[in-house]
Write a protein that binds this ligand. Sequence first.
Ligand SMILES: C[S@@+](CC[C@H](N)C(=O)[O-])C[C@H]1O[C@@H](n2cnc3c(N)ncnc32)[C@H](O)[C@@H]1O
Length: 265
Amino acid sequence: MSGFNKDWLALREPVDMRARANSLVEQLSQHLDGIERPKILDIGCGTGSTWRSLAHRFPGHSEWQLLDYDPLLLAEAERRIGQHQDVSFRQFDLNEIDSLPLTEVSVVTASALFDLCSAEFCDHFAEILSASNTGLYAALNYDGVMEWSIAHPLDQQVAKDFNQHQHFDKGFGPALGPDATAHLKQAFERLGYSVSVATSPWVMGRDDGDLQAAFLEGLEQPLSEIGSLTDVQIRDWLGFRLEKIAEAGSSCVVGHSDMLALPRH
Ligand SMILES: C[S@@+](CC[C@H](N)C(=O)[O-])C[C@H]1O[C@@H](n2cnc3c(N)ncnc32)[C@H](O)[C@@H]1O
């Protein structure tokens, strides 16, 4: 339903885990330590990757609600996390943002979500969180960087086209894509929050070959929709890139960034 499938999310999870900026997780964990019974709302939870990455770093008595609009991903999250008295699941479409269940929520978490969202959505979302004095941890938003250790003459054009495609509507209006973190930072700073940002790049080598291949294959449609490269150029570039994955010393960096916005009081 959402266009994200559990196999893709499973492939990226270990690389996401090591990419997350540790400093922000520590800062958030300390913030939650000072709260009697922290309540965390994870939006766009997919199969529960944020919970698996963070729950063991947060105070043990934290309560989590995981929310996604895709029933298949939510069912997979429930299956993988299992029965846990402190974790609940809810099907919810973020386009209904005004009724987001924020009562007593200490912090909203989201991973790989806001680059899909529009500027208008993020501004409104920031106002809603500010009205209830709630923090936001927004991790793993794509930042526009795509680099390979072994160069190909079309790499820059591919990155430019993909970054343009990242602004296409992903269900929330024109998407922020690579501008998501900068936009969120400004929105929350305007509202008086204390905001920290850190990079969280995927650095993929031969051992991440399956994720590299899936990522590359996922570029074909966006590149062809932008249309500045011919189908033959796209196929040649993809063929070259897929072949290089297994080569010694070959690596690929896909840039992301994380943001933590906490109310000042
Ligand atoms: C890239 S996936 C990230 C999933 C998960 N946070 C992770 O890091 O593995 C984006 C998630 O946002 C969810 N999503 C997209 N649009 C949504 C909407 N309108 N309401 C609720 N969830 C949405 C998708 O179903 C998907 O689970």
